[in-house]
Design a protein around this ligand. Sequence first.
Ligand code: NAD
Ligand code: LMR
Length: 342
Amino acid sequence: ALKRSYITKARKHNLRSNGYVQPQASYKVAILGAAGGIGQPLALLIKMSPLVSELNLYDIANVKGVAADLSHCNTPSKVSEFTGTSELADSLKGVNVVVIPAGVPRKPGMTRDDLFNINANIVKTLVEAVADNCPDAFIHIISNPVNSTVPIAAEVLKQKGVYDPKKLFGVTTLDVVRANTFVAQKKNLKLIDVDVPVVGGHAGITILPLLTKTKPSVTFTDEEVQELTVRIQNAGTEVVEAKAGAGSATLSMAYAAARFVESSLRALDGDSDVYECCYVQSDLNDLPFFASRVKLGKNGVEALISSDLQGLTEYEQKALEALKPELKASIEKGLSFLQKQP
Ligand code: NAD
Ligand code: LMR
């Protein structure tokens, strides 16, 4: 069922109302951390994309078997494996989209920020290699804490002289996927139609679903807004607790990351009707990085969509002000990370 619905979605995009017709495979995608809990199902979903001609899988361990396994699927893309730092550069040559889910996940009782010390160094090393080998690629950062790892990546790219803020993305698609699911369940709506913008960042109260901006238009009681907002903000922890020490969200994350890759590839391919929420360099308010809906184009972010942030309810406005100090601190922690390196 997963395969069928994913393909149906891809087909639905083949002929869109703006006349864009999707051609066959031609893009090259790399996954760094491809043998992990997210990496493996993400690789499978990307292997099914008609837009991908080459799929490079990189990890420090266990990637050989994953690539051998995946390469037997009779979909067009060619799968290649790269193991260990000596093969990192080769995994990135000529790549259009780099997805980074490398790093450690949370266990119960931890915050995403507790992962900072380990994952900051992993992201730094990987983004340095991206800067050296495919500086024009779209970079999708999944490794937590996203609120800080994206600013770290920006600083690495700046240091290398190749920072293009339009092409660096923190992946927050899972927050939108969750919001859509929970709202559809609560209001008995057809899932395929529901679209909730989620802004801010990707941790706790920095995740702000703008429920009143839900499409199709739907009304919520104050209690429903409170309950849904808290559930969306804590959904990652809900999974961490259910997995009880075995990691965090992997399958839903892979689904969400595959959607963001597909959107990026359609944008690269000239579709002029691609919008996604993601965490990017922003001037929508006083925070230098902020998740909002963006219009994606061939060169990355074409426009930040400010209209979602207009006409907020009092609840949303208060929540927006409340998230700013935490998000600001996480951004500053990321930005200053490189200066603290020996
Ligand atoms: P995992 O431990 O199952 O897999 C991580 C993979 O990264 C492993 O295969 C590991 O070998 C690899 N890795 C570690 N260091 C590496 C390096 N230097 N280079 C290349 N690969 C390296 O973890 P997971 O469940 O896949 O989660 C990965 C990350 O994604 C975590 O930080 C988690 O918090 C984050 N995450 C983010 C979101 C989001 O919405 N953005 C959602 C879920 C998880
Ligand atoms: C999520 O939202 O599921 C991820 O950020 C993983 C986590 O640690 O919650």
